[in-house]
Design a protein around this ligand. Sequence first.
Ligand code: COA
Length: 187
Amino acid sequence: MYGLRERQRARPVDVIPPGEFAADVSVSRLKEEDIPQYLQVLTTAIKDIPGMSAEEKQLAVESKTAASYREKLRDPEAFLFVAKKGGTVVGILEGKLAHYPDAPDEYKTMGYTAWTGVAKEHRQYGVATSLKAAYEATCRSRGITYMQSFIKDANTPSIITNTRMGYRPDSHFPARNNGKYYTKKIR
Ligand SMILES: CC(C)(COP(=O)(O)OP(=O)(O)OC[C@H]1O[C@@H](n2cnc3c(N)ncnc32)[C@H](O)[C@@H]1OP(=O)(O)O)[C@@H](O)C(=O)NCCC(=O)NCCS
């Protein structure tokens, strides 16, 4: 039987079937018809992020419009995933490529997780792990070596989730705004 890390390494596709990490939850790329549910989960989850000020949350929520996501669906450097249970979106992940032109080769392009959010009643069942595993698989298949997340020091659920998947604070990237950059080598 494969352990979690081995399954993450072995999977060549960007779709995670139900039961792989979370019972009855499948992960796939966002489609236009799911944008309203995607926004509902994302904007609700943003309000629960520890360490973000009320103003930061307000600004973030206001920037999340259906039109901006229809545009992102056409952006080859945007990676938008939904986790669904019985046809309903219960979790979302938004990734984008981060470019560091002056960095050593394997750090030049990283798979950056901009947002992860899981509906409150579906937390701690492996939904975020499924979403991040799908994003990592996509990045790996595109030849990317490192993943990156920025996590507020007060966001214990996110720190636990990322740490369980092998992300570690990375001192190559200076801490800022009460948070740190975490990275993970995926290939
Ligand atoms: C952070 C967040 C996305 C995690 O989603 P999730 O689906 O609950 O995460 P998972 O179930 O995949 O958790 C992975 C591991 O972390 C553990 N974990 C997650 N949240 C935890 C918590 N609050 N307390 C203790 N352990 C926790 C899980 O139990 C699991 O451990 P395991 O591997 O031993 O089973 C979710 O809490 C959330 O949406 N928070 C609000 C938005 C946010 O902060 N997003 C991140 C910044 S953009």
